[in-house]
Ligand binder design. Structure first.
Ligand code: UDP
Length: 324
Protein backbone atom coordinates (compact mmCIF):
# COMPACT_ATOMS: atom_id res chain seq x y z
CA UNK A 1 0.00 0.00 0.00
CA UNK A 2 1.01 3.62 -0.35
CA UNK A 3 0.94 5.39 3.01
CA UNK A 4 1.31 9.08 3.78
CA UNK A 5 2.91 9.42 7.23
CA UNK A 6 2.55 12.81 8.91
CA UNK A 7 5.24 13.36 11.53
CA UNK A 8 7.49 10.74 9.97
CA UNK A 9 10.55 12.68 11.18
CA UNK A 10 9.46 12.27 14.80
CA UNK A 11 10.10 9.49 17.29
CA UNK A 12 7.21 7.09 16.65
CA UNK A 13 6.65 8.18 13.05
CA UNK A 14 10.27 7.48 12.09
CA UNK A 15 10.16 3.91 13.39
CA UNK A 16 6.74 3.20 11.87
CA UNK A 17 8.04 4.48 8.52
CA UNK A 18 11.02 2.14 8.80
CA UNK A 19 8.78 -0.86 9.59
CA UNK A 20 6.29 -0.01 6.82
CA UNK A 21 9.13 0.10 4.31
CA UNK A 22 10.56 -3.17 5.65
CA UNK A 23 7.10 -4.72 5.15
CA UNK A 24 7.10 -3.66 1.49
CA UNK A 25 4.81 -0.61 1.63
CA UNK A 26 5.59 2.71 -0.07
CA UNK A 27 5.87 5.70 2.28
CA UNK A 28 5.66 9.46 1.81
CA UNK A 29 6.52 11.46 4.90
CA UNK A 30 4.88 14.86 5.47
CA UNK A 31 6.65 16.79 8.24
CA UNK A 32 7.45 20.43 9.00
CA UNK A 33 10.74 19.38 10.69
CA UNK A 34 9.83 21.69 13.59
CA UNK A 35 10.43 19.10 16.29
CA UNK A 36 11.41 16.16 14.12
CA UNK A 37 14.73 15.54 12.42
CA UNK A 38 15.52 15.20 8.74
CA UNK A 39 18.02 12.45 9.69
CA UNK A 40 15.17 10.47 11.26
CA UNK A 41 13.39 10.08 7.92
CA UNK A 42 14.23 6.72 6.41
CA UNK A 43 16.16 7.25 3.16
CA UNK A 44 13.75 4.93 1.32
CA UNK A 45 10.79 7.27 1.99
CA UNK A 46 9.86 10.36 -0.01
CA UNK A 47 9.90 13.50 2.18
CA UNK A 48 7.50 16.43 1.78
CA UNK A 49 8.50 19.32 4.02
CA UNK A 50 5.25 21.08 4.84
CA UNK A 51 2.98 22.19 7.65
CA UNK A 52 -0.49 20.90 8.52
CA UNK A 53 -1.39 24.42 9.58
CA UNK A 54 -1.19 25.45 5.94
CA UNK A 55 -4.08 23.77 4.10
CA UNK A 56 -2.44 24.45 0.73
CA UNK A 57 0.69 22.50 1.69
CA UNK A 58 -1.03 19.37 2.94
CA UNK A 59 -3.62 19.65 0.16
CA UNK A 60 -0.94 19.71 -2.53
CA UNK A 61 0.96 16.78 -0.97
CA UNK A 62 -2.23 14.70 -0.62
CA UNK A 63 -3.31 15.40 -4.19
CA UNK A 64 0.09 14.50 -5.59
CA UNK A 65 0.63 11.34 -3.46
CA UNK A 66 -2.98 10.01 -3.43
CA UNK A 67 -2.16 7.46 -0.73
CA UNK A 68 -4.27 4.43 0.17
CA UNK A 69 -4.11 5.51 3.81
CA UNK A 70 -2.75 8.18 6.14
CA UNK A 71 -0.94 7.52 9.42
CA UNK A 72 -1.13 10.69 11.47
CA UNK A 73 1.63 11.20 14.04
CA UNK A 74 2.37 14.92 13.60
CA UNK A 75 1.35 16.68 16.82
CA UNK A 76 2.58 18.40 19.93
CA UNK A 77 2.74 15.85 22.74
CA UNK A 78 3.92 17.40 26.01
CA UNK A 79 1.42 17.55 28.87
CA UNK A 80 3.29 20.28 30.75
CA UNK A 81 3.64 22.51 27.69
CA UNK A 82 -0.05 22.08 26.95
CA UNK A 83 -0.91 23.41 30.42
CA UNK A 84 1.19 26.53 29.67
CA UNK A 85 0.17 27.00 26.04
CA UNK A 86 -3.17 25.33 25.32
CA UNK A 87 -3.55 27.41 22.16
CA UNK A 88 -0.55 25.67 20.59
CA UNK A 89 -2.23 22.30 21.15
CA UNK A 90 -5.64 23.29 19.80
CA UNK A 91 -4.03 24.95 16.78
CA UNK A 92 -1.61 22.20 15.82
CA UNK A 93 -3.44 19.07 16.95
CA UNK A 94 -7.03 20.09 16.21
CA UNK A 95 -6.91 22.73 13.43
CA UNK A 96 -3.93 20.99 11.79
CA UNK A 97 -5.85 17.71 12.04
CA UNK A 98 -8.88 19.29 10.40
CA UNK A 99 -6.73 20.50 7.52
CA UNK A 100 -5.43 16.96 7.15
CA UNK A 101 -8.84 15.25 6.98
CA UNK A 102 -10.15 17.91 4.62
CA UNK A 103 -7.18 17.27 2.33
CA UNK A 104 -7.97 13.54 2.54
CA UNK A 105 -11.63 14.11 1.73
CA UNK A 106 -10.82 16.29 -1.27
CA UNK A 107 -8.30 13.77 -2.61
CA UNK A 108 -10.60 10.79 -1.91
CA UNK A 109 -8.28 9.11 0.62
CA UNK A 110 -10.42 6.60 2.52
CA UNK A 111 -8.50 5.67 5.67
CA UNK A 112 -6.63 7.23 8.61
CA UNK A 113 -4.76 5.64 11.49
CA UNK A 114 -4.47 8.24 14.21
CA UNK A 115 -1.92 8.43 17.06
CA UNK A 116 -4.15 8.95 20.04
CA UNK A 117 -3.24 8.57 23.68
CA UNK A 118 -4.23 7.22 27.07
CA UNK A 119 -4.20 10.92 28.11
CA UNK A 120 -7.70 11.11 26.58
CA UNK A 121 -8.96 9.17 29.63
CA UNK A 122 -7.54 11.56 32.24
CA UNK A 123 -7.35 10.04 35.72
CA UNK A 124 -8.88 6.61 35.05
CA UNK A 125 -11.87 5.24 36.91
CA UNK A 126 -10.20 1.83 36.97
CA UNK A 127 -6.89 0.20 36.03
CA UNK A 128 -6.11 -1.74 33.81
CA UNK A 129 -7.81 0.61 31.37
CA UNK A 130 -10.06 -0.63 28.58
CA UNK A 131 -11.38 1.40 25.66
CA UNK A 132 -14.85 1.85 27.15
CA UNK A 133 -13.66 3.98 30.09
CA UNK A 134 -15.04 7.53 30.10
CA UNK A 135 -12.73 10.01 28.37
CA UNK A 136 -12.18 13.00 30.64
CA UNK A 137 -8.82 14.52 29.73
CA UNK A 138 -6.93 16.25 32.53
CA UNK A 139 -4.92 18.56 30.25
CA UNK A 140 -5.18 20.34 26.87
CA UNK A 141 -2.91 17.76 25.24
CA UNK A 142 -5.35 14.92 25.99
CA UNK A 143 -8.29 17.18 25.11
CA UNK A 144 -6.79 18.07 21.73
CA UNK A 145 -6.37 14.37 20.88
CA UNK A 146 -9.92 13.59 22.03
CA UNK A 147 -11.32 16.45 19.94
CA UNK A 148 -9.65 15.02 16.87
CA UNK A 149 -11.03 11.55 17.64
CA UNK A 150 -14.51 13.11 17.84
CA UNK A 151 -13.99 14.97 14.58
CA UNK A 152 -12.96 11.74 12.89
CA UNK A 153 -16.13 9.98 14.10
CA UNK A 154 -18.17 12.60 12.23
CA UNK A 155 -16.04 12.21 9.10
CA UNK A 156 -16.68 8.50 9.40
CA UNK A 157 -20.42 8.97 9.67
CA UNK A 158 -20.79 11.72 7.08
CA UNK A 159 -17.96 11.05 4.61
CA UNK A 160 -17.33 7.31 5.21
CA UNK A 161 -13.73 7.99 6.22
CA UNK A 162 -12.37 4.84 7.89
CA UNK A 163 -10.70 5.93 11.15
CA UNK A 164 -8.68 3.90 13.65
CA UNK A 165 -7.57 5.52 16.93
CA UNK A 166 -4.52 3.91 18.50
CA UNK A 167 -4.32 5.08 22.10
CA UNK A 168 -0.71 4.67 23.15
CA UNK A 169 0.55 4.29 26.67
CA UNK A 170 4.27 5.15 27.25
CA UNK A 171 6.20 4.82 23.99
CA UNK A 172 9.86 3.92 24.50
CA UNK A 173 12.75 1.86 23.14
CA UNK A 174 14.49 2.26 19.77
CA UNK A 175 15.56 0.43 16.65
CA UNK A 176 19.18 0.37 15.53
CA UNK A 177 18.59 3.37 13.29
CA UNK A 178 15.96 5.47 15.02
CA UNK A 179 15.41 6.55 18.62
CA UNK A 180 14.16 9.26 20.93
CA UNK A 181 15.60 12.77 20.55
CA UNK A 182 13.48 15.58 21.99
CA UNK A 183 14.63 19.05 23.00
CA UNK A 184 13.89 19.61 25.81
CA UNK A 185 13.66 15.97 26.85
CA UNK A 186 10.94 15.37 29.41
CA UNK A 187 10.51 11.58 29.24
CA UNK A 188 11.70 9.26 31.95
CA UNK A 189 13.82 6.68 30.12
CA UNK A 190 15.92 9.11 28.01
CA UNK A 191 16.39 11.34 31.06
CA UNK A 192 17.62 8.37 33.10
CA UNK A 193 19.99 7.34 30.30
CA UNK A 194 21.37 10.87 30.02
CA UNK A 195 22.64 10.45 33.58
CA UNK A 196 24.32 7.16 32.60
CA UNK A 197 25.94 8.96 29.65
CA UNK A 198 27.37 11.56 32.03
CA UNK A 199 25.28 14.35 30.51
CA UNK A 200 23.33 15.05 33.67
CA UNK A 201 24.32 14.54 37.33
CA UNK A 202 21.08 12.93 38.58
CA UNK A 203 17.55 12.12 37.58
CA UNK A 204 14.63 13.77 39.36
CA UNK A 205 11.88 11.44 40.52
CA UNK A 206 8.69 13.46 40.32
CA UNK A 207 6.88 12.51 43.51
CA UNK A 208 7.64 9.76 46.04
CA UNK A 209 4.33 9.79 47.89
CA UNK A 210 1.86 8.37 45.37
CA UNK A 211 -0.51 5.59 46.46
CA UNK A 212 1.61 2.94 44.69
CA UNK A 213 3.78 0.17 46.24
CA UNK A 214 7.00 2.24 46.25
CA UNK A 215 5.38 5.70 46.16
CA UNK A 216 6.43 6.51 42.57
CA UNK A 217 4.16 6.64 39.52
CA UNK A 218 3.39 3.47 37.60
CA UNK A 219 3.27 3.45 33.78
CA UNK A 220 2.83 0.91 31.00
CA UNK A 221 5.97 1.14 28.83
CA UNK A 222 5.49 -0.07 25.27
CA UNK A 223 8.27 -0.55 22.72
CA UNK A 224 7.92 1.62 19.60
CA UNK A 225 8.50 -1.38 17.33
CA UNK A 226 5.41 -2.98 18.89
CA UNK A 227 3.51 0.28 18.37
CA UNK A 228 4.65 0.34 14.73
CA UNK A 229 3.45 -3.26 14.22
CA UNK A 230 -0.01 -2.32 15.53
CA UNK A 231 -0.21 0.43 12.89
CA UNK A 232 0.69 -2.00 10.15
CA UNK A 233 -1.94 -4.48 11.36
CA UNK A 234 -4.54 -1.68 11.45
CA UNK A 235 -3.73 -0.84 7.84
CA UNK A 236 -5.39 -3.95 6.50
CA UNK A 237 -9.01 -4.95 7.06
CA UNK A 238 -12.00 -2.84 7.96
CA UNK A 239 -11.08 -1.89 11.50
CA UNK A 240 -12.39 1.33 13.00
CA UNK A 241 -12.53 2.94 16.41
CA UNK A 242 -10.21 2.85 19.42
CA UNK A 243 -7.52 0.37 20.46
CA UNK A 244 -5.40 0.74 23.58
CA UNK A 245 -1.74 -0.11 23.01
CA UNK A 246 0.21 -1.16 26.09
CA UNK A 247 1.74 -4.31 27.57
CA UNK A 248 -0.73 -4.55 30.42
CA UNK A 249 1.99 -4.47 33.06
CA UNK A 250 3.00 -1.43 35.05
CA UNK A 251 6.46 -0.37 36.20
CA UNK A 252 7.18 2.35 38.72
CA UNK A 253 9.63 5.18 38.12
CA UNK A 254 11.86 3.58 40.77
CA UNK A 255 11.73 0.20 39.03
CA UNK A 256 12.69 1.78 35.69
CA UNK A 257 15.69 3.49 37.32
CA UNK A 258 16.73 0.18 38.94
CA UNK A 259 16.58 -1.63 35.58
CA UNK A 260 18.59 1.17 33.94
CA UNK A 261 21.25 0.82 36.66
CA UNK A 262 21.56 -2.89 35.84
CA UNK A 263 21.61 -2.36 32.07
CA UNK A 264 24.12 0.52 32.04
CA UNK A 265 26.26 -0.45 35.04
CA UNK A 266 26.05 3.20 36.13
CA UNK A 267 24.82 4.11 39.65
CA UNK A 268 22.37 6.72 38.22
CA UNK A 269 21.83 8.99 41.24
CA UNK A 270 18.17 9.86 41.74
CA UNK A 271 16.59 12.57 43.87
CA UNK A 272 12.94 12.77 44.80
CA UNK A 273 11.43 16.11 43.82
CA UNK A 274 7.86 17.45 43.92
CA UNK A 275 5.09 15.81 41.91
CA UNK A 276 4.66 16.97 38.31
CA UNK A 277 1.21 18.56 37.85
CA UNK A 278 -1.21 16.39 35.91
CA UNK A 279 0.50 13.00 36.53
CA UNK A 280 -2.01 10.26 37.43
CA UNK A 281 -0.55 7.70 39.89
CA UNK A 282 -1.11 4.63 37.73
CA UNK A 283 -1.77 4.15 33.99
CA UNK A 284 -1.83 0.59 32.72
CA UNK A 285 -3.54 -0.66 29.57
CA UNK A 286 -6.00 -3.45 29.06
CA UNK A 287 -5.04 -4.15 25.45
CA UNK A 288 -7.03 -7.35 24.82
CA UNK A 289 -9.01 -5.66 22.05
CA UNK A 290 -5.86 -4.95 20.00
CA UNK A 291 -4.73 -8.52 20.57
CA UNK A 292 -7.97 -10.20 19.61
CA UNK A 293 -9.27 -7.84 16.89
CA UNK A 294 -6.00 -6.72 15.26
CA UNK A 295 -4.07 -9.89 16.12
CA UNK A 296 -1.41 -7.72 17.81
CA UNK A 297 1.32 -9.56 19.75
CA UNK A 298 3.80 -7.20 21.41
CA UNK A 299 7.26 -8.79 21.24
CA UNK A 300 9.32 -6.50 23.42
CA UNK A 301 7.27 -6.37 26.61
CA UNK A 302 10.21 -6.96 28.96
CA UNK A 303 11.21 -3.64 30.53
CA UNK A 304 14.83 -4.75 30.49
CA UNK A 305 14.75 -5.25 26.69
CA UNK A 306 13.12 -1.85 26.23
CA UNK A 307 15.82 -0.12 28.30
CA UNK A 308 18.58 -2.12 26.56
CA UNK A 309 17.36 -1.01 23.13
CA UNK A 310 17.06 2.62 24.22
CA UNK A 311 20.52 2.45 25.81
CA UNK A 312 22.08 1.01 22.62
CA UNK A 313 20.63 3.89 20.59
CA UNK A 314 21.63 6.60 23.05
CA UNK A 315 25.16 5.23 23.30
CA UNK A 316 25.46 5.22 19.52
CA UNK A 317 23.88 8.73 19.29
CA UNK A 318 24.98 10.55 22.47
CA UNK A 319 24.05 13.89 20.89
CA UNK A 320 20.91 12.52 19.28
CA UNK A 321 20.48 13.23 15.58
CA UNK A 322 22.73 16.30 15.83
CA UNK A 323 25.69 13.96 15.90
CA UNK A 324 24.28 11.68 13.19
N1 UDP B 1 9.30 11.16 35.40
C1 UDP B 1 10.24 11.39 36.39
N2 UDP B 1 11.37 12.06 36.05
C2 UDP B 1 11.65 12.49 34.78
C3 UDP B 1 10.68 12.25 33.77
C4 UDP B 1 9.51 11.58 34.13
O1 UDP B 1 10.04 11.01 37.55
O2 UDP B 1 12.71 13.09 34.54
C5 UDP B 1 8.07 10.41 35.73
C6 UDP B 1 6.79 11.15 35.40
O3 UDP B 1 6.41 11.97 36.48
C7 UDP B 1 5.83 9.98 35.17
C8 UDP B 1 6.73 8.89 34.58
O4 UDP B 1 8.06 9.24 34.94
O5 UDP B 1 5.31 9.51 36.39
C9 UDP B 1 6.64 8.80 33.07
O6 UDP B 1 6.79 10.11 32.56
P1 UDP B 1 7.03 10.41 31.02
O7 UDP B 1 7.22 11.89 30.89
O8 UDP B 1 8.13 9.53 30.51
O9 UDP B 1 5.70 9.94 30.31
P2 UDP B 1 4.15 10.35 30.58
O10 UDP B 1 3.62 9.29 31.53
O11 UDP B 1 4.09 11.74 31.12
O12 UDP B 1 3.54 10.23 29.23
Amino acid sequence: MKVLVTGGAGYIGSVTTERLLDAGHAVCVFDNLGRGHREAVDGRAELFVGDLNHPGEIGAAMASVRPDAVMHFAAFALVGESMQHPEMYFQNNVVGGLNLVEAMRKAGVPKIIFSSTCATYGVPERVPMSEDLPQRPANPYGESKLLFEKMLRWYEELHRTQAVFLRYFNACGATEKFGEDHEPETHLIPNVLRVALGQSPAVSVFGGDYPTPDGTCVRDYIHIVDLAEAHILALTGNHTGPFNLGNGSGFSVQEVIDVAREVTGHPIPATVSPRRPGDPPRLVAAAEKARTVLGWKPRYGAIRTIVEHAWAWHRAHPRGYRGA
